[in-house]
Design a protein around this ligand. Structure first.
Ligand code: ATP
Ligand code: MG
Length: 295
């Protein structure tokens, strides 16, 4: 955390500060796995994810307005000047929005909590899916599976579209959230697929400007908000290799870590080679998606 700035809140990975009427989102190098924030950090992760998010905002700009003012530290307001070096590459100055308390999830492949529900009831957020789907199956049509944002510390709650519409008490807004989420997801899925990466699912957050305009907010289409799978390793019927945390998860659940996932003890620190392999994977995801070198 940066002392001297007006701290508003912190999530597991990012810190939020107020800058005038605006908002500064700062991504750290922290990484979480199995619901724990690990004590080891992944060098450059915050910069990689911020740059990736910025790249996606650019790709999507014709579909939906976004909250970004600038991520260029040289264009930040003067009061941030003393923190330039700390913020460079990892901070986004954004319009501060009235957030819609819905996690707008789109899924193009079935896994995670979507799969868990399907195995119980054959549905996803209450909507029936075809029979015979397995872990990692591609869905013919991407689905919108909203969740209500939970209070700090609690898990978000998956709800049906109808229930979400009722809870926000605005059916028109609910319909727009769904349409925008699916449109943005579909665009991103096509772009990623052309670059050898499957975008299995992702989560967006929207907010409103003072005039009421609906705007895409938060980070977008990063490995922390999405599941990215290498296309050439995709085999439905088992858990897929993920683009980012695979080394971390594999090592944590291997005998080498000595960690018992079912215990209440937090995971141990990561060995240097796991840290470096994980960093390399983030860099690779960034470079494959954007086609640009990560400096
Ligand atoms: P987690 O670590 O589980 O993600 P979190 O969601 O509470 O926890 P962050 O994601 O780090 O923490 O925090 C980002 C917060 O900022 C979210 O609550 C998000 O809704 C909010 N947010 C994102 N963009 C804006 C914006 N433009 N205006 C206001 N709030 C925003
Ligand atoms: Mg969040």
């Amino acid at each position: 955390m940066i002392t001297g700035l007006n701290h508003l809140a912190s999530g597991k990975i990012r810190d939020l500060y107020a800058v005038g009427d605006d908002l500064l989102l700062v991504a750290s190098d922290k990484i979480s796995a199995y619901d724990y924030v690990l004590e080891s950090e992944i060098p450059d992760k915050g910069r990689i994810l911020t740059q990736l998010s910025m790249w996606w905002f650019g790709q999507l700009a014709d579909l939906v307005p976004n909250h970004v003012i600038t991520a260029d530290v040289d264009k930040f307001p003067a009061e941030l000047a003393p923190y330039k070096d700390e913020l460079r590459g990892r901070a986004m100055l954004c319009r501060r929005l009235d957030m819609v308390a819905v996690e707008c999830v789109a899924r193009g492949y079935l896994t995670g909590s979507g799969l868990a529900e399907y195995e119980q009831t054959g549905t996803a957020n209450g909507v029936p899916l075809p029979a015979g789907l397995v872990d990692g199956s591609r869905l013919d049509r991407p689905i919108f599976t909203p969740a209500m944002k939970a209070e700090v510390g609690a898990h978000d709650e998956n709800v049906s579209f109808e229930e979400m519409a009722e809870r926000i008490a605005d059916p028109e807004l609910a319909a727009r959230l769904k349409d925008l989420t699916l449109a943005v997801y579909s665009r991103a899925r096509d772009i990623a697929e052309g670059r050898g990466i499957l975008l299995a699912d992702t989560k967006f957050e929207f907010g409103r400007l003072p005039g009421g305009t609906l705007v895409l907010a938060d980070e977008v289409l990063t490995p922390d908000s999405s599941r990215f799978w290498p296309a050439d390793e995709w085999r439905p019927g088992r858990p897929q290799a993920s683009y980012d945390k695979q080394y971390v998860r594999d090592w944590l659940t291997s005998p080498a870590s000595g960690w018992d996932r079912k215990s209440d003890t937090p995971p141990p620190a990561l060995p240097e080679e796991v840290v470096q392999a994980t960093r390399a994977r983030y860099v690779e995801a960034y470079e494959r998606l954007t086609g640009e070198k990560f400096d």
